[in-house]
Design a protein around this ligand. Structure first.
Ligand code: CMP
Length: 138
């Protein structure tokens, strides 16, 4: 699965109706989409997904936000997918995101930053398995 990564189009971007534009950008950048679905996470599911951040000052706000509305979860395929997707997303804080990145264009704050991506191949496998069964990956 080293050519796979995991991505989320977060509730802020879905609320703003930007999911179509973001998916188009993903396809234009040469990613294959191996899995995709619209979900509305419970607070508990969001807490489980972001468990590595438990105890940090922004954890409660992050879990409230991620369970505040529907989001799009995706398994993305490309050579060097983890880095390629992080490059397309841009810096976590949109104020620091480079021109041409998704967060520069679509994010409004460090908390509501439009998209998520795995930070390593190991976490990509864990995060894909958190939301997708094998049958849901084409
Ligand atoms: P994400 O890549 O989804 O992983 C953890 C998220 O926590 C991050 O994007 C941010 O949206 C969110 N977050 C909120 N506040 C902070 C902060 N001060 N530092 C880092 N991440 C933050």
């Amino acid at each position: 699965m080293s050519n796979l990564t995991f991505g989320i189009i977060k509730p802020d971007a879905v609320r703003a109706g930007k999911q179509g534009a973001i998916i188009q950008r993903i396809l234009d950048a040469g990613f294959g989409i191996r899995g995709m679905k619209l979900i509305h996470q419970t607070r508990k599911q969001a807490e489980g997904f972001y468990v590595v951040h438990a105890g940090k000052g922004f954890f409660d706000e992050l879990c409230d936000f991620m369970s505040s509305g529907p989001c799009v979860v995706m398994a993305l395929e490309k050579d060097g997918a983890v880095k390629a997707w992080r490059d397309l997303m841009g810096a976590t804080n949109p104020a620091e995101a480079a021109e041409g990145t998704l967060r520069k264009e679509f994010a409004t704050s460090i908390g509501e930053n439009a998209v998520h991506g795995s930070d390593s191949e190991e976490n990509a496998q864990i995060e894909i398995a958190y939301f997708f069964s094998k049958l849901e990956l084409v």
